[in-house]
Design a protein around this ligand. Structure first.
Ligand code: AMP
Ligand code: GLY
Length: 419
């Protein structure tokens, strides 16, 4: 079996690690991979937005499956190109990926399928936005329509912050010259939860739930990041809540996709806000989460490739997935300056760790046998335990032993799950 993984973050390291753990003999390629992935896969440097080249690569290497980590190749139609060439790919079609690549498409899809989401309006110019803000209540949430690497959303506390966001979109063009649309929506209050499913559109299998910690500093202070750590399961998650999420959000989404003839085969990620009025959907992601994957896959007991195959062959209803009851936590170690501009090229020491701790590399590269930092999020330290407290203690012990100049991390990951 040969599998190619597209991407080079902690999520892709966790996917590669899981596949290798399930089957020592699997042959793995990673495009582009990173310093950690290079220990278990052959890393190849191809531009991950060049979807035709990626298809040629899969053909040349006889890759049985290609698993797509990040959103950009999905939004560019990698699944459609692979399907045209008879290549097997794990990830939705371009139309399916629009649930993530266009927030306007996603919100309108939620509305027409009766999925609970915050009330919103869409504006298409700076003037229209400023006018709409006259009616807004603060805080309110502004979202750029297109992909923005996790930076396209602001929770504006007042009019100045909201107008500043519009200035960025329409004046400085901080998100480029793609979509000209912005969503202005009501701010919801509650706890956030990441709920991911495997789906072939016809049916789905839920993964274990996870809680992301998006802000850079402890107690959810400071700017948003790609995610500073995750825990699974969050202490507040109950089976009844899972049932409600499936009934109000997951099933209506899949029914909507089927009705609209969208071929969706991959992971669908529901970013939820658990409000006093029940779960509301903030966003879809058309892929595995990062760092959610680093706490979810270590709890997956069944072989990942069997699920990938079943999704690809549209027979997900014929299999089941076994999950471990153990708790998992992942603490991200970030470079100095992240999520702003950050330092790179710092040597990383202290990477050996005890058995129940796994280090997933994100922004690292290997040079002459040494590991150097090369990104904002550098490493994810995942630990498993019978209790969340045990998992946290082990993860933080390992985190303290790892050293690189400027290392910073949150100290409260999984704390609200410490039971
Ligand atoms: P999104 O990319 O839509 O998930 O937004 C990124 C983050 O912004 C979310 O994880 C929330 O923390 C916050 N957010 C988005 N929409 C809302 C909302 N309607 N109310 C409150 N916070 C929100
Ligand atoms: N952890 C958030 C995301 O993957 O988008």
């Amino acid at each position: 079996m040969t599998v190619t993984i597209i991407g080079g973050g902690g999520r892709e390291h966790a996917i590669a690690w899981k596949l290798k753990n399930d089957d020592k003999n699997i042959r793995l390629y990673a495009v582009p991979g990173n310093g950690g992935i290079s220990g278990i896969a052959e890393c190849v440097s191809i531009d991950t937005s060049d979807v035709v080249k990626l298809a040629e690569f899969a053909e040349e290497k006889g890759s049985d499956y290609t698993i797509v980590g990040p959103e950009v190749p999905l939004s560019l139609g990698i699944a459609d190109i692979f399907a045209e060439r008879g290549l097997k790919v794990f990830g939705p079609s371009m139309k399916g990926a629009m649930l993530e690549s266009s927030k306007v498409f996603a919100k309108q899809f939620m509305k027409r399928n009766g999925i609970p989401t915050a009330d919103f309006i869409v504006v298409s110019s700076h003037d229209e936005g400023v006018k709409a803000l006259e009616e807004a209540e603060y805080p309110c949430v502004l979202k750029y329509d297109g992909l923005a690497a996790g930076k396209g959303v602001v929770v504006a506390e007042n009019r100045e912050e909201a107008v500043m966001f519009l200035d960025g979109v329409y004046g400085r063009k901080v998100f480029g010259r793609g979509s000209r649309k912005v969503i202005i929506e009501k701010c919801l209050r509650g706890r956030e939860l990441s709920y991911l499913v495997f789906t072939d559109t016809l049916s789905f299998l839920s993964m274990v739930p996870a809680k992301d910690h998006k802000r850079v500093f402890d107690c959810d202070r400071g700017p948003n990041t790609g995610g500073m750590g995750c825990s699974s399961p969050p202490a507040f998650f109950t089976e009844d809540l899972g049932k409600e999420i499936r009934k109000k959000i997951v099933i209506p989404t899949l029914n909507g996709l089927s009705k609209e003839n969208v071929d969706y085969r991959g992971v669908l990620y529901f970013g939820l806000m658990l409000t006093q009025d029940g779960p509301f959907l903030l966003e879809y992601n058309a892929r595995f989460g990062d760092p959610e994957t680093q706490v979810i896959l270590p709890r997956m007991k069944s072989p990942l490739i069997e699920t990938v195959k079943a999704v690809s062959e549209r027979r997900l209803d014929s299999i089941s997935i076994e999950w471990s009851d153990r708790k998992s936590v992942c603490v991200i170690l970030a470079s100095s300056g992240y999520p702003g501009s950050y330092s790179k090229g710092k040597v990383v020491k202290g990477l050996s760790c005890p058995g129940n701790v796994t280090i997933f590399h994100a922004g690292t590269e290997k040079r002459n046998g040494d590991i150097f930092t090369s990104g904002g999020r550098v490493l994810g330290i995942t630990a498993m335990g019978t209790t969340m407290r045990e998992a946290r203690e082990d993860a933080y012990r390992a985190a303290a032993l790892i050293d690189f100049e400027g290392k910073h991390y949150r100290t409260d990951i999984g704390l609200d799950s410490s039971v």
